[in-house]
Design a protein around this ligand. Sequence first.
Ligand code: AMP
Length: 325
Amino acid sequence: MRTVRTVAELRSALAPARRDGLTIGLVPTMGALHDGHLSLIARAHEQCDVVVVSLFVNPAQFNERADLERYPRDERRDAELAAATGADVLFAPSVEEVYPAGFATSVEVLGVTERLEGATRGSEHFRGVATVVTKLLCMAMPDVAYFGQKDAQQVVVIRRLARDLNLPVRIEALPTVREADGLALSSRNALLSADQRARALALPAALAAASALAASGERATQALLDAARAAMHPFGVEPEYVALVEPDTLEPVATLDGETLLALAARIGEVRLIDNEILLPAGALRDAGAQGHAGAQGHAGAQESAATHNPSQPLEGEAIATCSA
Ligand code: AMP
């Protein structure tokens, strides 16, 4: 694996592959790699001839200075893990390379950025995400870019911008990778004390409680949200939000009539965590599975069959365009 730090180096590293018509996969990350990131790299390695992993802690998407400052960083470890998982190029640019003096352009996706994370973190968060992802796609010009369903709203935003800007890339969303006890892997988990790590189980517990209630036949949004909140109480955790929304538009739903995204965020001490799961009405598992939405991976035994999306197949309405094909 080769590490490059400038856009010019990245382009020249990829030029032979592009000339030979090989497929290029991009996995954007902010580093502190864990098995969630590695699942994206492994899938890219399976599906593409050349895999680029970007490692860039993007200041533009941090709405809290302290969060940016304490964000874990260990490039040497990340490079070893990425290489061992099949990355061919590690693109680790400086802040100045990505945002040179005079930088004045941003990408703003309207609508789907306004709820959930956008409502809590402010519009600059998704403006920062959309701008850096657009830039990374323009820099690497991959055929496929890989993202985690763990950041479900981010996937919706990136699909929207790729379609709206006619970017010639296929966006793949892969299931959330979890610890054995259900906690979604996150670079921020490293910042939790032992006590906070135990309390963080409030998030998967909330998802599991709402999933179980949905599986028992409950369809009323309020009852499902109440169950999720109640499951967090024993951990002494209050969510910043818990919402049931339509998975593609992120519009709130009144009843659980089909695949619905249950998304939540909570602070455990200083550490802000998010998680989500696709809920299905009782009896709808098989249909919804066949429909193949890129749903969150089931956890702790709850609705495992929701995670049946085959990422090599396009989602309904998904823009499919590749550089080489
Ligand atoms: P980050 O480094 O947090 O920006 O994440 C880089 C990519 O890894 C994003 O597409 C995330 O959605 C994805 N990711 C983060 N955590 C997980 C996880 N537990 N399972 C799967 N993908 C993840």
